[in-house]
Design a protein around this ligand. Structure first.
Ligand code: UT7
Length: 333
Protein backbone atom coordinates (compact mmCIF):
# COMPACT_ATOMS: atom_id res chain seq x y z
CA UNK A 1 0.00 0.00 0.00
CA UNK A 2 1.69 3.16 -1.15
CA UNK A 3 1.06 6.57 0.25
CA UNK A 4 -0.31 9.12 -2.16
CA UNK A 5 0.76 12.70 -1.87
CA UNK A 6 -2.45 14.04 -0.37
CA UNK A 7 -2.06 11.87 2.74
CA UNK A 8 -0.18 13.05 5.80
CA UNK A 9 2.47 10.87 7.40
CA UNK A 10 1.57 8.77 10.46
CA UNK A 11 4.20 7.63 12.96
CA UNK A 12 4.57 5.42 15.99
CA UNK A 13 4.41 7.88 18.88
CA UNK A 14 4.73 5.38 21.73
CA UNK A 15 4.96 1.68 22.50
CA UNK A 16 4.41 -0.60 25.47
CA UNK A 17 4.21 -4.27 26.33
CA UNK A 18 3.04 -6.54 29.13
CA UNK A 19 3.83 -10.20 29.69
CA UNK A 20 2.73 -12.53 32.48
CA UNK A 21 5.27 -13.09 35.26
CA UNK A 22 4.78 -16.84 35.31
CA UNK A 23 7.41 -18.66 33.23
CA UNK A 24 7.25 -22.16 31.77
CA UNK A 25 10.64 -23.54 30.71
CA UNK A 26 11.49 -26.30 28.26
CA UNK A 27 12.50 -28.38 31.28
CA UNK A 28 9.01 -27.90 32.76
CA UNK A 29 7.57 -29.14 29.46
CA UNK A 30 9.78 -32.25 29.59
CA UNK A 31 7.66 -33.29 32.58
CA UNK A 32 4.38 -32.70 30.72
CA UNK A 33 4.87 -34.27 27.26
CA UNK A 34 7.38 -36.50 25.46
CA UNK A 35 9.86 -33.78 24.47
CA UNK A 36 13.27 -32.41 25.42
CA UNK A 37 14.87 -29.03 25.95
CA UNK A 38 17.36 -29.96 23.22
CA UNK A 39 14.63 -30.75 20.65
CA UNK A 40 12.69 -27.55 21.36
CA UNK A 41 15.79 -25.33 21.29
CA UNK A 42 17.31 -26.77 18.13
CA UNK A 43 14.05 -27.05 16.15
CA UNK A 44 12.52 -23.73 17.19
CA UNK A 45 14.95 -21.57 19.23
CA UNK A 46 12.52 -21.34 22.17
CA UNK A 47 13.77 -21.74 25.76
CA UNK A 48 10.99 -20.27 27.88
CA UNK A 49 7.51 -18.80 27.48
CA UNK A 50 5.34 -16.68 29.79
CA UNK A 51 1.95 -18.06 30.79
CA UNK A 52 -1.09 -16.11 32.06
CA UNK A 53 -2.26 -16.83 35.59
CA UNK A 54 -5.93 -17.24 36.51
CA UNK A 55 -7.57 -13.85 36.09
CA UNK A 56 -4.96 -12.67 33.59
CA UNK A 57 -6.61 -12.50 30.17
CA UNK A 58 -6.15 -11.08 26.68
CA UNK A 59 -8.05 -8.02 27.92
CA UNK A 60 -5.99 -7.42 31.08
CA UNK A 61 -2.63 -7.91 29.35
CA UNK A 62 -3.74 -5.78 26.40
CA UNK A 63 -4.96 -2.98 28.69
CA UNK A 64 -1.62 -2.94 30.55
CA UNK A 65 0.37 -2.79 27.31
CA UNK A 66 -1.98 -0.03 26.07
CA UNK A 67 -1.52 2.09 29.21
CA UNK A 68 2.26 1.82 28.87
CA UNK A 69 2.12 2.83 25.20
CA UNK A 70 -0.06 5.85 26.02
CA UNK A 71 2.35 6.89 28.79
CA UNK A 72 5.25 6.50 26.38
CA UNK A 73 3.46 8.67 23.81
CA UNK A 74 2.62 11.21 26.50
CA UNK A 75 -1.12 11.25 25.82
CA UNK A 76 -4.17 10.34 27.86
CA UNK A 77 -6.80 7.71 26.94
CA UNK A 78 -9.46 10.38 26.33
CA UNK A 79 -7.75 11.57 23.12
CA UNK A 80 -7.68 8.10 21.52
CA UNK A 81 -10.03 8.03 18.52
CA UNK A 82 -9.85 4.33 17.69
CA UNK A 83 -8.71 1.13 19.39
CA UNK A 84 -7.71 -1.82 17.20
CA UNK A 85 -6.96 -5.14 18.86
CA UNK A 86 -5.24 -7.88 16.92
CA UNK A 87 -5.92 -11.26 18.52
CA UNK A 88 -6.94 -14.87 17.91
CA UNK A 89 -7.64 -15.34 21.60
CA UNK A 90 -10.35 -12.75 22.22
CA UNK A 91 -11.77 -12.23 25.68
CA UNK A 92 -14.99 -13.84 24.36
CA UNK A 93 -16.71 -14.24 20.96
CA UNK A 94 -18.24 -10.81 21.38
CA UNK A 95 -18.18 -8.01 22.50
CA UNK A 96 -14.77 -7.41 21.00
CA UNK A 97 -11.64 -7.38 23.15
CA UNK A 98 -11.16 -3.83 21.88
CA UNK A 99 -14.36 -2.84 23.73
CA UNK A 100 -13.16 -4.62 26.87
CA UNK A 101 -9.90 -2.65 26.73
CA UNK A 102 -11.72 0.60 25.86
CA UNK A 103 -13.55 0.30 29.16
CA UNK A 104 -10.49 -0.84 31.13
CA UNK A 105 -8.39 2.17 30.10
CA UNK A 106 -11.29 4.69 30.01
CA UNK A 107 -10.82 5.62 26.36
CA UNK A 108 -14.19 7.33 26.48
CA UNK A 109 -14.02 8.92 23.02
CA UNK A 110 -12.75 5.92 21.05
CA UNK A 111 -14.27 3.55 18.54
CA UNK A 112 -13.16 -0.04 19.05
CA UNK A 113 -12.85 -3.21 17.01
CA UNK A 114 -10.84 -6.42 16.75
CA UNK A 115 -8.73 -7.52 13.81
CA UNK A 116 -8.27 -11.23 13.15
CA UNK A 117 -5.26 -11.89 10.95
CA UNK A 118 -3.61 -14.37 13.35
CA UNK A 119 0.15 -13.83 13.72
CA UNK A 120 0.13 -11.08 11.08
CA UNK A 121 -2.53 -9.19 13.04
CA UNK A 122 -0.33 -6.42 14.42
CA UNK A 123 0.88 -5.36 10.97
CA UNK A 124 -2.67 -5.59 9.56
CA UNK A 125 -3.97 -3.37 12.39
CA UNK A 126 -1.00 -1.01 12.04
CA UNK A 127 -1.82 -0.65 8.37
CA UNK A 128 -5.44 0.31 9.17
CA UNK A 129 -4.25 2.73 11.86
CA UNK A 130 -1.76 4.27 9.46
CA UNK A 131 -4.44 5.06 6.89
CA UNK A 132 -6.98 6.26 9.47
CA UNK A 133 -4.41 8.79 10.71
CA UNK A 134 -2.99 9.59 7.28
CA UNK A 135 -6.45 10.35 5.90
CA UNK A 136 -7.21 12.70 8.79
CA UNK A 137 -10.14 10.55 9.97
CA UNK A 138 -8.40 9.86 13.29
CA UNK A 139 -5.72 11.64 15.28
CA UNK A 140 -4.57 8.96 17.74
CA UNK A 141 -5.11 5.25 17.10
CA UNK A 142 -4.16 2.66 19.68
CA UNK A 143 -2.99 -0.57 18.08
CA UNK A 144 -2.84 -3.47 20.51
CA UNK A 145 -1.91 -7.10 19.89
CA UNK A 146 -2.71 -9.34 22.82
CA UNK A 147 -2.78 -13.12 23.09
CA UNK A 148 -3.32 -15.80 25.70
CA UNK A 149 -2.47 -18.76 23.50
CA UNK A 150 -2.07 -20.93 26.60
CA UNK A 151 -5.89 -20.94 26.78
CA UNK A 152 -6.27 -22.53 23.32
CA UNK A 153 -3.26 -24.87 23.54
CA UNK A 154 -3.66 -28.62 23.89
CA UNK A 155 -1.13 -29.28 26.66
CA UNK A 156 -0.98 -32.96 25.66
CA UNK A 157 0.02 -32.22 22.04
CA UNK A 158 3.81 -31.96 21.81
CA UNK A 159 3.57 -30.72 18.21
CA UNK A 160 2.09 -27.42 19.37
CA UNK A 161 2.33 -26.94 23.15
CA UNK A 162 6.08 -26.32 23.14
CA UNK A 163 5.74 -23.38 20.75
CA UNK A 164 3.29 -20.89 22.21
CA UNK A 165 3.20 -18.26 24.95
CA UNK A 166 1.16 -15.32 26.24
CA UNK A 167 1.76 -11.56 26.08
CA UNK A 168 0.70 -8.21 24.68
CA UNK A 169 2.23 -5.25 22.91
CA UNK A 170 0.81 -1.89 21.86
CA UNK A 171 1.65 1.13 19.74
CA UNK A 172 0.13 4.61 19.50
CA UNK A 173 -0.15 5.82 15.90
CA UNK A 174 -0.42 9.61 15.52
CA UNK A 175 0.24 12.32 12.90
CA UNK A 176 3.98 12.73 12.44
CA UNK A 177 5.03 16.16 13.72
CA UNK A 178 8.16 16.50 11.61
CA UNK A 179 10.49 15.27 8.88
CA UNK A 180 10.75 11.94 7.17
CA UNK A 181 9.88 9.73 10.12
CA UNK A 182 6.87 7.48 10.22
CA UNK A 183 5.15 4.51 8.63
CA UNK A 184 6.49 4.52 5.07
CA UNK A 185 4.60 1.58 3.65
CA UNK A 186 2.71 -1.61 4.47
CA UNK A 187 2.17 -4.81 2.49
CA UNK A 188 -0.68 -7.27 3.19
CA UNK A 189 -1.36 -10.66 1.59
CA UNK A 190 -3.48 -13.75 2.23
CA UNK A 191 -4.23 -17.24 0.90
CA UNK A 192 -7.40 -18.76 2.36
CA UNK A 193 -6.93 -21.96 0.34
CA UNK A 194 -4.26 -23.07 2.82
CA UNK A 195 -6.28 -22.10 5.91
CA UNK A 196 -6.43 -25.65 7.20
CA UNK A 197 -2.74 -26.06 7.97
CA UNK A 198 -3.13 -23.86 11.06
CA UNK A 199 -6.52 -23.44 12.67
CA UNK A 200 -9.08 -23.91 15.42
CA UNK A 201 -12.03 -25.81 13.98
CA UNK A 202 -14.52 -25.72 16.84
CA UNK A 203 -16.62 -23.03 18.46
CA UNK A 204 -17.59 -21.14 15.30
CA UNK A 205 -20.64 -21.38 13.04
CA UNK A 206 -19.23 -24.37 11.14
CA UNK A 207 -18.79 -26.44 14.30
CA UNK A 208 -20.63 -24.73 17.15
CA UNK A 209 -19.33 -25.63 20.60
CA UNK A 210 -20.85 -28.87 21.85
CA UNK A 211 -19.83 -31.80 24.05
CA UNK A 212 -18.67 -33.50 20.86
CA UNK A 213 -16.43 -30.63 19.70
CA UNK A 214 -14.90 -30.42 23.17
CA UNK A 215 -14.42 -34.21 23.40
CA UNK A 216 -12.58 -34.05 20.08
CA UNK A 217 -10.40 -31.16 21.23
CA UNK A 218 -11.67 -28.95 18.43
CA UNK A 219 -11.26 -25.86 20.61
CA UNK A 220 -7.46 -26.24 20.46
CA UNK A 221 -4.91 -24.96 17.90
CA UNK A 222 -4.00 -27.57 15.31
CA UNK A 223 -1.04 -27.11 13.03
CA UNK A 224 0.74 -29.05 10.30
CA UNK A 225 4.16 -27.89 11.47
CA UNK A 226 6.26 -28.93 8.51
CA UNK A 227 3.88 -27.46 5.92
CA UNK A 228 3.43 -24.24 7.89
CA UNK A 229 7.20 -23.96 8.13
CA UNK A 230 7.67 -24.22 4.35
CA UNK A 231 5.01 -21.62 3.54
CA UNK A 232 6.24 -19.31 6.30
CA UNK A 233 9.79 -19.26 4.90
CA UNK A 234 8.50 -18.42 1.43
CA UNK A 235 5.89 -15.87 2.54
CA UNK A 236 8.03 -13.99 5.07
CA UNK A 237 10.86 -13.75 2.55
CA UNK A 238 8.47 -12.48 -0.13
CA UNK A 239 6.88 -9.92 2.20
CA UNK A 240 10.30 -8.59 3.19
CA UNK A 241 11.62 -8.52 -0.36
CA UNK A 242 8.55 -6.97 -2.01
CA UNK A 243 8.08 -4.06 0.38
CA UNK A 244 11.74 -3.10 0.05
CA UNK A 245 11.62 -3.34 -3.72
CA UNK A 246 8.42 -1.26 -3.92
CA UNK A 247 10.17 1.52 -2.00
CA UNK A 248 13.34 1.28 -4.08
CA UNK A 249 15.29 -0.07 -1.09
CA UNK A 250 17.27 -3.21 -0.31
CA UNK A 251 18.38 -5.14 2.77
CA UNK A 252 21.38 -2.82 3.04
CA UNK A 253 19.06 0.08 3.91
CA UNK A 254 17.44 -1.78 6.82
CA UNK A 255 18.81 -0.97 10.28
CA UNK A 256 16.69 -3.50 12.15
CA UNK A 257 14.28 -6.25 11.13
CA UNK A 258 11.66 -7.27 13.67
CA UNK A 259 10.21 -10.53 12.38
CA UNK A 260 7.32 -12.56 13.78
CA UNK A 261 8.89 -14.83 16.38
CA UNK A 262 7.73 -18.35 15.51
CA UNK A 263 10.91 -20.24 14.70
CA UNK A 264 14.58 -19.23 14.63
CA UNK A 265 15.12 -21.13 11.38
CA UNK A 266 12.30 -19.17 9.69
CA UNK A 267 13.79 -15.91 11.00
CA UNK A 268 17.26 -16.78 9.66
CA UNK A 269 15.84 -17.75 6.26
CA UNK A 270 13.95 -14.44 6.04
CA UNK A 271 17.10 -12.47 6.87
CA UNK A 272 19.09 -14.43 4.27
CA UNK A 273 16.47 -13.65 1.61
CA UNK A 274 17.22 -9.92 1.90
CA UNK A 275 20.95 -10.37 2.67
CA UNK A 276 20.54 -8.98 6.17
CA UNK A 277 23.14 -10.01 8.78
CA UNK A 278 21.64 -11.50 11.96
CA UNK A 279 23.10 -8.61 14.02
CA UNK A 280 20.37 -6.51 12.39
CA UNK A 281 17.56 -8.87 13.41
CA UNK A 282 15.72 -8.57 16.72
CA UNK A 283 15.11 -11.91 18.39
CA UNK A 284 13.37 -12.60 21.71
CA UNK A 285 11.78 -15.89 20.73
CA UNK A 286 13.97 -17.69 23.27
CA UNK A 287 12.25 -15.82 26.11
CA UNK A 288 8.58 -15.65 25.03
CA UNK A 289 7.99 -18.32 22.38
CA UNK A 290 5.37 -17.59 19.75
CA UNK A 291 2.78 -15.13 21.10
CA UNK A 292 1.04 -14.84 17.71
CA UNK A 293 0.07 -11.24 16.89
CA UNK A 294 1.86 -9.95 19.99
CA UNK A 295 5.41 -11.01 19.03
CA UNK A 296 6.19 -7.94 16.91
CA UNK A 297 4.90 -5.18 19.23
CA UNK A 298 6.55 -6.83 22.27
CA UNK A 299 9.84 -6.95 20.36
CA UNK A 300 9.37 -3.43 19.00
CA UNK A 301 8.87 -2.01 22.47
CA UNK A 302 11.88 -3.91 23.84
CA UNK A 303 14.03 -2.80 20.91
CA UNK A 304 13.06 0.86 21.35
CA UNK A 305 13.64 0.81 25.11
CA UNK A 306 16.96 -1.04 25.04
CA UNK A 307 18.51 1.27 22.44
CA UNK A 308 18.36 -0.99 19.40
CA UNK A 309 16.41 1.63 17.43
CA UNK A 310 18.20 4.93 17.03
CA UNK A 311 16.68 8.11 15.68
CA UNK A 312 16.40 7.83 11.89
CA UNK A 313 16.61 4.01 11.89
CA UNK A 314 14.71 2.13 9.20
CA UNK A 315 12.84 -0.80 10.76
CA UNK A 316 11.30 -3.64 8.78
CA UNK A 317 8.43 -5.55 10.40
CA UNK A 318 7.48 -8.86 8.79
CA UNK A 319 4.98 -11.54 9.81
CA UNK A 320 3.24 -14.72 8.75
CA UNK A 321 0.31 -16.56 10.28
CA UNK A 322 -2.93 -18.52 10.11
CA UNK A 323 -5.38 -17.57 7.42
CA UNK A 324 -3.01 -17.80 5.78
CA UNK A 325 -1.88 -14.21 6.09
CA UNK A 326 1.45 -12.49 5.70
CA UNK A 327 2.47 -8.86 5.90
CA UNK A 328 5.28 -6.37 6.22
CA UNK A 329 5.76 -2.72 7.16
CA UNK A 330 8.59 -0.22 6.81
CA UNK A 331 8.87 2.33 9.60
CA UNK A 332 11.40 5.16 9.94
CA UNK A 333 12.00 6.16 13.60
O1 UT7 B 1 3.08 -18.47 14.08
C1 UT7 B 1 2.49 -18.99 12.94
C2 UT7 B 1 3.25 -19.89 12.18
N1 UT7 B 1 3.79 -21.02 12.87
C3 UT7 B 1 4.97 -21.42 12.45
O2 UT7 B 1 5.57 -20.76 11.65
C4 UT7 B 1 5.50 -22.75 12.92
C5 UT7 B 1 6.12 -23.46 11.75
N2 UT7 B 1 6.65 -24.76 12.03
C6 UT7 B 1 7.73 -24.98 12.81
O3 UT7 B 1 8.23 -24.07 13.43
C7 UT7 B 1 8.33 -26.35 12.83
O4 UT7 B 1 7.74 -27.12 11.83
C8 UT7 B 1 8.19 -27.08 14.20
C9 UT7 B 1 9.10 -26.45 15.24
C10 UT7 B 1 6.74 -27.03 14.66
C11 UT7 B 1 8.60 -28.53 14.05
O5 UT7 B 1 9.92 -28.64 13.52
P1 UT7 B 1 10.23 -29.62 12.30
O6 UT7 B 1 11.68 -29.62 12.10
O7 UT7 B 1 9.36 -29.20 11.16
O8 UT7 B 1 9.79 -31.00 12.88
P2 UT7 B 1 8.69 -32.01 12.32
O9 UT7 B 1 7.33 -31.48 12.51
O10 UT7 B 1 9.11 -32.40 10.94
O11 UT7 B 1 8.89 -33.23 13.30
C12 UT7 B 1 10.10 -33.97 13.34
C13 UT7 B 1 9.95 -35.07 14.39
C14 UT7 B 1 8.68 -35.86 14.23
O12 UT7 B 1 8.98 -37.22 14.52
P3 UT7 B 1 9.15 -38.27 13.31
O13 UT7 B 1 7.85 -38.23 12.59
O14 UT7 B 1 10.29 -37.74 12.48
O15 UT7 B 1 9.45 -39.53 14.04
C15 UT7 B 1 7.79 -35.33 15.32
O16 UT7 B 1 6.85 -36.27 15.80
O17 UT7 B 1 9.91 -34.49 15.69
C16 UT7 B 1 8.77 -34.99 16.40
N3 UT7 B 1 8.29 -33.96 17.31
C17 UT7 B 1 8.81 -33.76 18.53
N4 UT7 B 1 9.78 -34.40 19.21
C18 UT7 B 1 10.10 -33.94 20.42
C19 UT7 B 1 7.32 -33.03 17.09
N5 UT7 B 1 7.19 -32.24 18.17
C20 UT7 B 1 8.11 -32.68 19.08
C21 UT7 B 1 8.46 -32.26 20.36
N6 UT7 B 1 9.46 -32.91 21.00
N7 UT7 B 1 7.87 -31.22 20.97
Amino acid sequence: MHRTNNLRRAYIAGTGHAVPEKVLTNFDLEKMVDTSDEWIRTRSGIERRHIARDGETTGTLGAEAAKRALDDAGIGPEVVDLILVATVTPEMVFPSTACVIQEAISAVNAGAMDVNAACSGFIYALSVADLMVASGKCRHVLVIASETLSRITDWTDRNTCVLFGDGAGAAVVSPCPDGDRGILSTYLKSDGSKGEILYILGGGSRNPASHETVDQGMHFIRMSGRETFKVAVQAMGDAAMRILKAEGLSGEDVDLMIPHQANMRIIRATARRIDLPMEKVYVNLNEYGNTSAATIPIALDEARKNGRIESGALVLLVAFGGGLTWASALVRF
